[in-house]
Design a protein around this ligand. Structure first.
Ligand code: BES
Ligand code: MN
Ligand code: ZN
Length: 494
């Protein structure tokens, strides 16, 4: 979809649809009030009759509003005036986009960014509006014979108080780039595992380099990984016919002296659990076990599209966890690239096994910070539910920066502890480390495992098992944490 800004008045603007906010207690936003006045109280009558409601995100298309320039009015519920959070604003923008999509309008002019939202300035409201609209319009219908096409093509943000400034236009560019990164991430996540293999991820990373020559992609194959001593990563892949890949995307458009930010994504393109096989119920969702990797690709794409002056490196540890004849057995001992030996007690704790070698590999970049992103543990979903991603790390500055970026982008995180008391839970009778602890604090013991491999740089770990995709009727990848990561990079490394 196309986005634009222009000076306009809600009551006179000529468009297929004008979008305005409605508040609780029969209160109208400034734009809605303009329309109401021009139409001799048309909106307030509908409000009193209960035809339009102020519940956050509810949308009502109204035809034939007298005396105004637009063919339709979309009245969007915004809740209580003055108390709108960034999360409410997300529901408001996506509710508006949903209603528009099915309305027959090809173009619309929105005034929703003119309502007051806690913690968001004008620029950020515009940026988030683009992101949330694209989010709401995303479809994964590639494999459906019948695809419902919407007529909607253009969303214009109307400025009632004069000409929009350059910062506003820039906000749309930033928002579009982040939205595209998210769509890319969602698309990769939603693809079935018979299509989205480690080789396919490598191919898509190469395609990104083609589109954005500022991104340089290299892919390490099995033989090269063997030479590097990545015995842990290779052990995960050995039960599958699909060869593993270590995908490296370098974007160095910042100050040549500035140390890079490194993103490391878990790219298990399907997680059967291996010999420690998972139960059948819900196993199809394990195609999403590469969403960390997808978020790395999406973030790199967003940053390249924005032409950020930053140094970024994305690394993806891609493998398929299958129980083939060559598969790793529980009790097998492997040697990681770091030299540490690992007793693989449970082959379903494979994410940490691929990540530990990737995390050792990235030492060579002398990173300013390393952030790994992984659908690592079901335990994280038990602990935190599906609203925040789990956050861990060894550097308080990095952790605080991620927390505040999460708040601003409404792609929130919640910190869990990495105390030394957890370390003995990973003791092995036969090797330096076991790959699992007991059931206690499963998200934390997983992060504790990773912490052994990240002592040489500032590091944060995002467990996105609860946030990377949705289950149930709106099943699908969410594109998180691309908003968090892009926000973090924008405000800390450009
Ligand atoms: N990919 C899973 C984690 C997962 C499970 C994410 C369900 C989202 C929903 C991971 O590889 C895994 O299997 N983890 C195990 C670890 C256990 C064996 C210590 C888990 O969470 O059960
Ligand atoms: Mn697993
Ligand atoms: Zn997994």
């Amino acid at each position: 979809m196309d986005y634009a800004v222009k000076a306009a008045q809600a009551d006179s603007v000529k468009t297929d649809c004008v979008i305005v906010g409605i508040f609780e207690k029969n209160d109208l936003s400034a734009a809605a009030r303009q329309i109401d006045r021009r139409s001799n109280g048309f909106l307030s009558r509908l409000l009193k009759q209960g035809d339009i409601i102020a519940r956050v995100g509810s949308g009502k298309i109204i035809h034939n509003v007298p005396n105004i320039g637009a063919a339709r009015v979309l009245a969007v519920g915004c809740g209580a005036a003055g108390k709108i959070t960034a999360g409410d604003y997300q529901a408001i923008c996506s509710g508006a986009a949903q209603s528009l999509k099915s309305s027959g309008a090809a173009e619309a002019v929105s005034f929703l960014h003119e309502i007051e939202v806690q913690g968001l300035d004008q620029e950020r409201k515009l940026r988030q509006a683009v992101i949330h609209s694209e989010e709401a319009l995303y479809r994964f219908d590639k494999y459906k014979q019948q695809q419902n096409k919407s007529r909607l093509q253009k969303l214009v943000f109307g400025f009632s108080a004069g000409k929009p400034d350059r910062a506003s236009a820039r906000a749309l560019v930033t928002g579009s780039a982040i939205a595209h990164g998210m769509s890319l991430t969602r698309n990769l996540g939603d693809l079935p595992a018979n299509v989205c293999t480690p080789s396919y991820l490598a191919q898509r990373a190469r395609a990104l380099s083609k589109r954005y020559p500022s991104v340089k992609t290299t892919v390490l194959e099995t033989a090269q990984m063997r030479k590097l001593g990545m015995g842990s990563l290779l052990a995960v892949a050995q039960g599958s016919k699909q060869p593993p890949k270590l995908i490296i995307m370098q974007y160095r458009q910042g100050n040549p002296g500035a140390k890079p930010v490194v993103l490391v994504g878990k790219g298990i393109t399907f997680d059967t659990g291996g010999i420690s096989i998972k139960p059948a119920q819900g196993m199809e969702e394990m195609k999403f076990d590469m969403c960390g990797a997808a978020s790395v690709i999406g973030t790199m794409a967003a940053c390249a599209q924005m032409k950020l002056r930053a140094n970024l490196i994305g690394v993806i540890a891609a493998a398929e966890n299958m129980p083939g004849g060559g598969a790793t057995r529980p009790g097998d001992i492997v040697t990681s690239m770091s030299g540490r030996t690992i007793e693989i007690i449970n082959t379903d704790a494979e994410g940490r096994l691929v990540l530990c070698d990737a995390l050792t590999y990235v030492e060579r970049y002398q990173p300013a910070a390393v952030i790994d992103i992984a659908t690592l543990t079901g335990a994280c979903v038990i602990a935190l539910g599906r609203f925040p991603s789990g956050l861990f790390g060894n550097n308080s500055e990095l952790i605080e920066a991620l927390k505040s970026a999460g708040q601003r982008s409404w792609d929130r995180v919640w910190e869990l502890p990495l105390w030394s008391e957890y370390k003995p839970l990973l003791n092995s009778s036969f090797a330096d480390l076991a790959n699992v602890g007991n059931r206690d604090g499963g998200a934390i013991t997983a992060a504790t495992f990773l912490a052994h491999f990240t002592e040489k740089y500032p590091w944060a770990h995002l467990d996105i098992a609860g946030t990377a995709w949705k289950s149930g009727s709106d099943k699908g990848a969410t594109g998180r944490p691309v908003p968090l990561l892009t926000e973090y990079i924008l405000s800390n490394h450009t």
